[in-house]
Design a protein around this ligand. Structure first.
Ligand SMILES: Nc1ncnc2c1ncn2[C@@H]1O[C@H](COP(=O)(O)OP(=O)(O)OP(=O)(O)O)[C@@H](O)[C@H]1O
Ligand SMILES: [Mg+2]
Length: 126
């Protein structure tokens, strides 16, 4: 079965401190994968390297077939994230939040719907 994520001998060093020490794993298409570990184990550092936010010191990551370090734009286009904390703005209506995110994601104006804010649209609450 096709690997959707391939991590090969991934290392991240901050000066002489090794935050991620030579990890390798594959995740197959359709698999649900949880990345767990104690505080300071290197999870965030690893995920940042998997999602183009941090360059590895050495090793390689392939995501959806893209070489993450060599092809960050194609990699970013092929992934999505769900934030740990809510990313909605409570000062905006639900409609305005959708418009805002559509703009951030480069959705063309004609696909973003009516430009006029709907004032009686429910506000977001967390
Ligand atoms: N920019 C940085 N410079 C120096 N050290 C860093 C940097 N970022 C992370 N570290 C160190 O690398 C190690 C791994 O950090 P990381 O944040 O990846 O761990 P984590 O598994 O996500 O931890 P937590 O469960 O607390 O979120 C920690 O010791 C951290 O202090
Ligand atoms: Mg973390």
């Amino acid at each position: 079965m096709e690997n959707i994520i391939e991590v090969k001998n991934l290392v991240k060093k901050f000066k002489d401190f090794t935050a991620v020490s030579d990890i390798s794993f594959n995740i197959k298409k359709g698999e649900v994968f949880a990345f767990l570990g104690p505080n300071g184990a290197g999870k965030t550092t690893s995920i940042k390297m998997l999602t183009t936010l941090l360059k590895p010191t050495s090793g390689e990551v392939f995501l959806n077939g893209h070489h993450v370090a060599e092809d960050p734009h194609k990699t970013r286009k092929s992934i999505g994230i769900v934030f740990q904390d809510p990313s909605l703005d409570n000062e905006l209506t639900a409609y305005e939040n959708m418009q805002f995110h559509a703009i951030l994601y480069g959705i063309k104006k004609i696909f973003r719907g009516n430009e006029t804010p709907i004032r009686n649209c429910p506000r977001t609450f967390t």
